[in-house]
Design a protein around this ligand. Sequence first.
Ligand code: URA
Length: 435
Amino acid sequence: METPIKILLDRKREGRELAVSEIRALIAAYTKGEVPDYQMAAFAMAVCCRGMTAQETLALTESMRDSGSCLDWSDLLRPTADKHSTGGVGDKLSLIIQPLAASCGVAVPSLTGRGLGLTGGTADKLESIPGYNASLSLADFKRVVADCGCSMTVQTAEIAPADKKLYALRDVTGTVPSIPLIVASILSKKLAEGAGTLVFDVKCGKGAFMQTPDQAQALAEALVNGAKGAGRKAAALVTAMDEPLGFAVGNALEVKEAIDVLKGEGRQPEDVVSLSVEFAALMLSLAKGFDLETSRARCRENLANGKAYAVFAEMVRLQGGDLARFEAENRDGGDAPSLELKVERAGYVASIDAQQVARVAFALGAGRAKTDDAIDPAAGVRLAVTHGDAVSPGQPVAKLFARTKSAGLEAAAADLAAAFSFTAEPPPPRRLVLA
Ligand code: URA
């Protein structure tokens, strides 16, 4: 490196702007193992405290993107788009949005994550389908996208290796909550994935990474500006995450709910359906240049006529999954030990605390605390009611499931009861899209 790292650290600590070439050199050297973790941790802390300009953030993002492979989709005959969510409780939207957008003529190459902490990752959810391979090689990933328009698989080691290293370091040095670092981390992976349009779902509330609308809005703007700065079409919505999305929280339960939405079966979770249409329509409108209302109409149509489900089923088949077996085994929550939670009083469901529901699902085995922990695909919570529903004494409001941790069902049910609050009058409706 031309400028010694010590000088860069001094300058960043004093809040001065680093040159694009200096940031590029720093990330290249860190990726090769030429910058020790203690200096990189000091750099991350200086960025946390002092921030970065838009130009610095873009330089950090692009150098992390360039630390590994970047995919090229120019041989496909259709435009590419992907949606990224900052993660929420019961957030199975990707399982619906990606095939829905693909069914409308957009190709969706989606590199996704495994869950760590309370909220599950899309790859974990999909792996609850017997045989589903969520660890495709990049060549197979490209083949599945070319064959059916959509693939969801975990990001390989070739994608943004600098982010993998830096994120692990940030995790143990108190340097995760910094907007420039979060933007560079998320965007470097999404840019390397190569989709021409990127749509971001920035969750805000008790069950989310961003707890206030101001923080969520700032992250949303920074992600969109960064993606546009790197030459992509981009948009973001800030969406509510105080209450779980839909009825299901837990891997297999969420996949089953997503399939029910794609097939139009059972009680439809209105929040999941309307956000799925909204995000898929945004992808379609940006990628293909349709106006938003036409895009929404097309998405609603392909949800209703089964075309989105057909893409999902074909993707699962191409990735080795046995959907018929999954559906047969997961009717009504499957055969895992379960326990119903009933209410004692009459009223209306005024709120269901997303964070508390996530803690219960996690305690039942639906999440992992360390990257190598095993998860129980059957574990979780299926709500029987949603915001605004009327309840009467003795009515079940949720069912809890656990296989490996079934001894904890009673205690978990007591914890889950604390997530509900009821009022005598119907509560005001929830606002799903905050900005
Ligand atoms: N998700 C990421 O991929 N990176 C962050 O820094 C935060 C959330």
